[in-house]
Design a protein around this ligand. Structure first.
Ligand code: 4AD
Length: 576
């Protein structure tokens, strides 16, 4: 067709043998070359023609509508030449790519076949322990330093592993007491188990612990040169591999669901180990001051800290609760054992999800007879400092805390003692307003978590906040003699966490306690045994409760108390 003929065809709309290109509105992806679905580029039109049967190709002509133009006109010879060239190049490129893909596929298949062959081959490599070597002594990783240069056997879990060439493999073994780098050479890395080893598999390794050569690093400066090993329990690979279940950046909900595996990680296991040492330090502290440990029941029929956070359950047809605090039972122990303490679980049906509230927490509580309010404050301060000093004095625990919380230091200065009334003044002087109406705080207001944290973080030191008003505190707290509006009560506030201890003197007069029940609308009947304490030789006494998870959150710089217990319980979470 000549150019004139094409122009004529366009004008007569005899378009069956035209391929349309609209540079403004066409599309190379969705176009078909028809007038209603034009291509965008002449190159696409050339490709279209090249796809037609050879006898049809000659008759097809390309027409183009340039951007801003109204009409189609025949493609210019130079544009056609350019399009043909681009089309040829694209064809070449596609051919090359297809060839490359075929080669890759072939190589992949060969590699897989080779791997399969190697795996099959590896099944024939069977390790046997060399009976001419000295007998290996079973050790824990914590004992590795004292066991250098002797033949030892260690069992644990594969925390990390790395293959170096075909004759060398490193395993970082974890057994809960530490980490040990293990080196496997030659045949030891040719077994089926070596080639398919997965993280978190449990293994037993035998060999000699040698100091690492200068310039090389390994945990504790040594490594196990393995001469025999075996897999005890293989962990899955692929989709189920532990590294595919979560990582440190996973959403907290994922980490909570997988907490049974998360606790194998370095940070989580360190916090749990520090927790174990902290609980021991509390026991050692109480032992040193002569308090007896008791274990009161967790199933109870009385409330301690208000009805709104009670978990109730059916106890053989009667209503019972999970204990909010062991305090009332501790009080009954005073005439029997003198000062007592417990490390018991407490339960709170907390409605809100905050980073410092759990539904179940470990409550360290103590109760002491014949003391004054000042004795109580001194006792709390001494206990916190003494427990920190005890934990700090253990080199291994101190190293863990320093890693978790590099800024942590034992406290040397006296704790600040501040009355509730002065805290209200402090908040108002610092322009902190009540959330509900943006007004100044007033005497009698509960100081909510956020302003309390703000004040504690600003002051940056432990604060024994005392003398809270009667209406915002528990029924058992006595008013002070000089100001009956306030109670002999205390909260210990720590920077970054807020309240970690709540304590008070206890009403020890029978009639005053009965009046308190009346005021609070509580039926005194189920408390007959508590009232009897005020009947059968009452005495002034006081005590406190400390949340172990909050203490740990402060010490280990954990964002939330949820990371400071084994399996946190809070609203909607009761698994694992
Ligand atoms: O201030 P609380 O409610 O005091 C009592 O239960 C007293 N009967 C204790 C006593 O005098 N024997 O709680 C004491 C401490 C708090 O300071 C806090 O550390 C912790 O228990 N605590 C919680 N920890 C985690 N989750 C919760 N929901 C907690 N509620 C209180």
């Amino acid at each position: 067709m000549s150019t004139e003929e094409v122009t004529a065809k366009i004008s007569t709309m005899d378009i069956a043998d035209l391929v349309f290109v609209d540079e403004a509105a066409g599309s190379d992806e969705s176009g078909s070359g028809s007038k209603s679905a034009p291509y965008k580029t002449p190159q696409a039109a050339v490709a279209h023609i090249a796809d037609q049967p050879e006898d049809k190709q000659e008759a097809l002509k390309i027409v183009v509508k340039k951007a801003g133009e109204e009409e189609y006109s025949p493609v210019t010879p130079s544009a056609l030449k350019k399009a043909k060239k681009a089309h040829e190049l694209a064809l070449k490129k596609a051919k090359k790519q297809a060839e490359q893909e075929a080669r890759d596929k072939e190589q992949d298949e060969a590699r897989q076949a080779e791997e399969q062959r190697k795996l099959e081959e590896s099944k024939k490599v069977v390790l046997t322990e060399d009976s001419s070597l000295p007998r290996a002594r079973l050790i824990r990783i914590a004992d590795a330093k004292n066991s250098r240069n002797t033949r030892v056997k260690v069992s644990g879990w594969v925390s990390r592993h790395r293959v170096q060439g075909k004759d060398m493999m490193f395993i970082v073994l974890r057994d809960g007491t530490g980490y040990l780098q293990c080196v496997l050479n030659n045949r030891l890395c040719h077994t089926y188990d070596a080639l398919t080893l997965t993280l978190e598999s449990s293994v037993t390794l035998v060999g000699e612990i040698k100091e690492v050569p200068e310039g090389k690093t390994a945990p504790d400066g040594h490594e196990l040169i393995v001469d025999f090993w075996e897999v005890v329990g293989k962990a899955p690979g692929g989709d189920e591999a532990v590294s595919n279940l979560f990582d440190k950046d996973s959403d907290p909900s994922v980490l909570l669901k997988q907490r049974h595996l998360v606790i194998r990680g370095e940070r989580a296991s360190s916090v749990l180990k520090v927790r174990s040492r902290v609980m021991r330090a509390f026991r050692d502290h109480f032992d040193s001051v002569g308090y007896n440990e008791v274990t009161p029941p967790c199933m109870v029929q009385t409330q301690v800290e208000g009805g709104s956070t009670l978990f109730s359950f059916n106890y053989y047809g009667e209503e019972a609760y999970l204990t909010q605090s062991s305090q009332l039972y501790l009080e009954t122990c005073l005439p029997s054992m003198g000062a007592v303490y417990t490390m018991n679980e407490s339960y709170r049906a907390e409605k809100s999800n905050t980073r410092r509230h759990l539904s179940e927490y470990t409550h360290c509580e103590a109760e002491i007879p014949f003391i004054t309010f000042n004795d109580l404050l001194d006792g709390i301060e001494f206990m916190v400092k003494d427990v920190v000093d005890r934990v700090w004095a253990e080199p291994e625990t101190r190293a863990m805390i320093e890693k978790l919380n590099p800024d942590f230091k034992p406290m040397t200065e006296p704790f600040i003692r501040m009355r509730y009334e002065d805290a209200i003044k402090w908040l108002n002087e610092h322009g902190i307003k009540r959330a509900e109406d943006q007004q100044d705080f007033e005497f009698g207001d509960d100081i909510p978590e956020a302003p309390e944290r703000h004040m504690t973080d600003t002051i940056g030191k432990p604060i024994l906040l005392t003398h809270f008003p009667v209406p915002i505190k528990a029924f058992y707290m006595p008013p002070t003699k000089d100001d009956p509006r306030v109670t002999e009560s205390v909260d210990l506030l720590m920077p970054t966490v807020g309240e970690i201890v709540g304590g008070s003197m206890r009403i020890w007069d029978y009639d005053v306690l009965m009046a308190a029940y009346k005021r609070e609308g509580l039926d005194p009947k189920p408390y007959y045994w508590y009232l009897d304490q005020r009947k059968y030789g009452s005495c002034p006494h006081g005590g406190f409760g400390l949340g172990i998870e909050r203490f740990l959150a402060w010490m280990t710089n954990s964002f939330t108390v949820r990371d400071c217990c084994l399996y946190p319980r809070f609203k909607d979470v009761c698994q694992p």
